[in-house]
Design a protein around this ligand. Structure first.
Ligand SMILES: *Cc1c(COP(=O)(O)O)cnc(C)c1O
Length: 366
């Protein structure tokens, strides 16, 4: 008999990222993967250049240079930070690898990031998917329903805050309530990939909870606001015991020198950081308002993307997608997030935003 993967593994649908090209259309704007329209800072590129002189050498294995830079900027103990050279995706996966046993239950919400399900099934654990609340301003994680789904088999709960692709967030109090309702032995993983974009005063990214409690971990990424999706740097902050567990199973050199130096430069460049925040603060409300004028439902978002709802029939999400593609704009189909009638649009450059909105107006008026 040929080798068989672990039970559950073949139930995984491989992750498919946002499309990058349209056949037959030469110039396309990719607004499908929540990348930064500003790209990385000049200081990050300079650090990358400098790092090329050391490519022959193994990097320092604990990524101390990067952990110290993150610790300095975010005012965190570097000993409680673990970095990853394969994005925060890899940390989300390693947490599952470290804590899940076959048959364990993992709770996440209906429109949650697809990596949670993949990591769960890869460990022969059972995904428990909880419906979200739906109102005309958006879809939102239902804290009470999440807590009601907890059983003695629950081992982990993943929550993206803010959530992708809905753009909604849980307030500090809502997240605290969720945590307070969990048994101590359940690990709460807060995926804060878009935390840097959030300006709402009642938001807390998970640092406070992860600081205080031994069952909370927060993950972050350089892929979004820092404009480094191609470099694949992620990090997590958590209790010492959880960092210790992850440090035992991660690759011994899992964060390359290029990544350590570029990440350290990126996180220290606060000027570039605020430029990216300001760009988003300007264009996110504009996109939201302009698309709403066409009659489409656009959900409130605190991240760098919006979720657009389409009716069935002629003005469907699939038809809009095709129309925009022909005009040179790629949005993200989110059917695999259980949102077949929606498209997600990333905040782009001014030129990209204006073209996408214009095409949506033409599509709706046609
Ligand atoms: C983009 C994203 C991430 C980050 O992925 P990386 O592997 O760090 O690039 C994590 N969680 C969510 C919800 C995301 O949208």
């Amino acid at each position: 008999m040929s080798p068989t993967p672990k039970p559950g593994l073949l139930d995984i649908s491989p992750y498919v990222g946002g499309r990058a090209a349209v056949p037959g259309v030469a110039k396309v704007f990719k607004l499908s993967s929540n990348e930064s329209p500003l790209g990385p800072s000049a200081s990050t590129l300079a650090a990358l250049q400098e790092a090329t002189s050391s490519l022959a050498l193994y990097p320092e294995g604990s990524a101390a240079v990067l952990r110290e830079a993150i610790g300095e900027v975010y005012k965190l103990d570097p000993a409680r930070i673990v970095t990853s050279g394969d994005g925060s995706d890899a940390l989300l996966t390693m947490l599952a690898n470290a804590y899940l046993q076959p048959g364990d239950e993992v709770i996440f919400s209906q429109h949650a990031f697809l990596v949670y399900k993949i990591a769960t099934l890869a460990n022969s654990a059972r995904p428990v998917v909880v419906p979200e609340k739906n109102s005309n301003t958006g879809l939102k994680v239902d804290v009470d329903a999440m807590l009601a789904a907890v059983t003695p088999k629950t081992r982990m709960l993943y929550i993206a805050n803010p959530n992708n692709p809905t753009g909604s967030y849980l307030t500090r109090d809502e997240m605290a309530k969720l945590h307070a309702g969990l048994p101590r032995g359940v690990l709460l993983v807060i995926d804060a990939a878009y935390a840097e974009y959030v300006t709402a005063k009642d938001y807390e990214s998970g640092i406070e909870l992860a600081h205080k409690f031994d069952n909370v971990v927060m993950t972050r990424t350089f892929s979004k606001l820092y404009g480094l999706a191609g470099l694949r740097i992620g990090w997590m902050y958590g209790p010492a015991a959880i960092c210790d567990a992850i440090n035992r199973i991660r690759g011994p050199f899992n964060t390359a020198l290029l990544q350590q130096l570029a990440g350290a430069a990126a996180v220290r460049d606060r000027e570039h950081f605020w430029k990216a925040v300001e760009h988003n603060n300007k264009w996110l409300p504009w996109i939201t308002a302009e698309i709403r004028k066409t009659g489409l439902r656009v959900d409130d978002s605190v991240a760098n993307f919006v979720l657009i709802h389409f009716p069935k029939g002629e003005k469907s999400a699939a038809n809009a997608d095709a129309f925009l593609n022909k005009g040179g704009v790629i949005l993200r189909s989110v059917a695999s997030y259980d949102l077949p009638d929606c498209l997600r649009m990333t905040v782009g450059t001014e030129e990209q935003n204006r073209l996408a909105v214009k095409l949506l107006q033409e599509f709706m008026a046609a």
